[in-house]
Ligand binder design. Structure first.
Ligand SMILES: Nc1nc2c(ncn2[C@@H]2O[C@H](COP(=O)(O)OP(=O)(O)OP(=O)(O)O)[C@@H](O)[C@H]2O)c(=O)[nH]1
Ligand SMILES: [Mg+2]
Length: 458
């Protein structure tokens, strides 16, 4: 256990109703007691009590009246003695409290240091600790649920279940290396391969869900794409419900991509309005068009905006070509201006999710367009649209891919009657990769890097 006591503001700095300053470590109770005057001292208070009193400056003058929560080792977030001081919010008050605690011997915490201590004290495994960051960053109901699921240990339980197959299998394979003549009664390679196949299937199913989990976590990227002046910005404004982007009758109004989010079925949809696609007339527009092309190529779902009142031309076809094989919702805008013959949208049938008619200037059709995006969600999230997905970090994704590749190699090796030494190496590799997800045998630098991405006070 750490031998120093750390302190940080746990709430966002600035003006607020309440601010919480958090202390953790062996001297947390003594340090808090040095500046607290109340009926009960934190040093004698039982765990899980809230004490009311004054918090004092060095000269004994009160800084603020506070509520002080006491959590004794090991029943706290970090597993150490923890004191949380709730004061009035405000820059000066929090600053004064923090300074006072530092002058009593606490050290300002590094980012993520509280959670790091929780991890080191066995309160959380590494996968759970990472999900704390995901929880704080969650911007949608679904991403919050995904982070909560990971924090609840869903990843760790899955790994434990795979370990339950992997460890005995590895032992069996290793036994054959050591005692090759004694295996008469033992399972043959095909049977071992069958057991390995169970793991391969579990891991494969898991890896297949990762892109969907990532989209839930980070938000689905939806780009409004089309030639200039078709009404992309007007549609963005209609969807978000306020004048987010500039709209004018001049083609080429939007120069930079403009982002705003909406939420559909608890999923964040990150809408990007883009500069109209055409041969650029100046340098600024060229940069804008490049950004539009990138947004079109990188989005998860596109809204191809076409002008219902004119004919589909090369510019529309070129815009559509950028969308290749991603799901596309076609918005036939300016439906109020009358139309010629109903034309076919320049989108491959396999990509086309829905076609809607809109009159963006009157916000007509915005709900239908929203519905079309909702309809496109299963295409983006795959079959797992309604499933509980656990948030996974990029580090965990890479390790899962390693584990899957290793068990696939082991399975193929077993079927091909390869030498057991090689198979044991693959299985051990899978075990190492899975173990690292929950923190087993992880390099200290990796641990430090993970927590350095947290906010201070977390
Ligand atoms: N009549 C009619 N006019 C519309 C409609 N939607 C947009 N407009 C008008 O069309 C013009 C262009 O609209 P924008 O939303 O700026 O079009 P854009 O596609 O963002 O254009 P760029 O940014 O230049 O690529 C504006 O004058 C809008 O008022 C519509 O549904 N009906
Ligand atoms: Mg625009």
């Amino acid at each position: 256990m750490a031998n120093d006591t750390i302190v940080a503001l746990a709430t966002a700095p600035g003006e607020s109703a309440v601010a919480i300053t958090r202390l953790s470590g062996p001297r947390a109770l003594a340090i808090a007691a040095a500046r607290f005057r109340g009926r009960v001292s934190p040093e004698t208070s039982p765990s899980h009590r809230i004490l009311f009193g004054s918090f004092l400056a060095g000269d004994g003058a009160p800084i603020d009246t506070v509520l002080l929560s006491v959590f004794r080792d090991p029943h706290s977030y970090t597993g150490e003695d923890v004191v949380e001081i709730s004061s009035h919010g405000g820059v000066a008050i929090s600053r004064a409290i923090l300074d006072a605690l530092v002058s009593e011997g606490a050290r300002p915490a590094r980012p993520g240091e509280f959670t790091e201590r929780a991890y080191r004290n066995g309160k959380l495994d590494l996968a759970q600790a990472e999900s704390v960051a995901a929880l704080v960053r969650a911007r949608s109901e679904r991403s919050l649920r995904a982070a909560r699921s990971a924090l609840g240990g869903s990843l760790s339980r899955k790994i434990a279940a795979i370990d339950g197959v992997l460890v005995p299998l590895l032992a069996e394979v290793e036994a054959r290396i050591d005692f090759p003549v004694d295996v008469g009664e033992a399972l043959d390679g095909e049977t071992l391969a069958g057991r390995c196949a169970e793991m391969t299937a579990t891991l494969r199913g898991w890896v297949e869900r990762l892109p969907a989990a990532r989209r839930v976590q980070e938000g689905v990227r939806a780009a409004l794409v089309g030639r200039p002046n078709v009404g992309k910005s007007s549609l963005l404004n209609a969807l978000v419900g306020y004048d987010r982007a500039i709209v004018t009758e001049t083609p080429g109004t939007t120069r930079d991509t403009v982002e705003e989010s909406i939420w559909i079925d608890g999923v964040e949809i990150r809408l990007a309005d883009t500069a109209g696609l055409r041969a650029p007339t100046d340098r600024v527009e060229r940069f804008g068009v490049e950004r539009s092309e990138r947004a079109a190529r990188e989005c998860d779902v596109a809204v191809l905006v076409l002008d219902r009142s004119s004919t589909v031309g090369d510019a529309d076809r070129e815009a559509a070509a950028l969308l290749e094989d991603r799901p596309v919702v076609v918005a036939w805008n300016k439906a109020d201006l009358g139309a010629g013959a109903r034309e076919r949208a320049p989108v491959a049938p396999s990509s086309l999710v829905a076609e809607v008619e809109t009159i963006a200037v009157r916000e007509d059709g915005a709900e239908t367009l929203r519905g079309a995006l909702q309809y496109a969600l299963p295409r983006v999230l795959g079959d797992h649209v309604g499933e509980e997905l656990a948030s996974t970090s990029a580090r965990q994704e890479a390790l899962l891919a390693e584990a899957l590749a290793a068990v696939e190699r082991a399975e193929a090796g077993l079927r091909a009657n390869e030498s057991y030494d090689l198979i044991a190496v693959d299985l051990a590799d899978a075990r190492r990769a899975l173990g690292e997800i929950v923190g087993r045998g992880v390099d200290q630098d990796v641990v430090a890097a993970i927590f350095s991405r947290f906010c201070i006070g977390k």
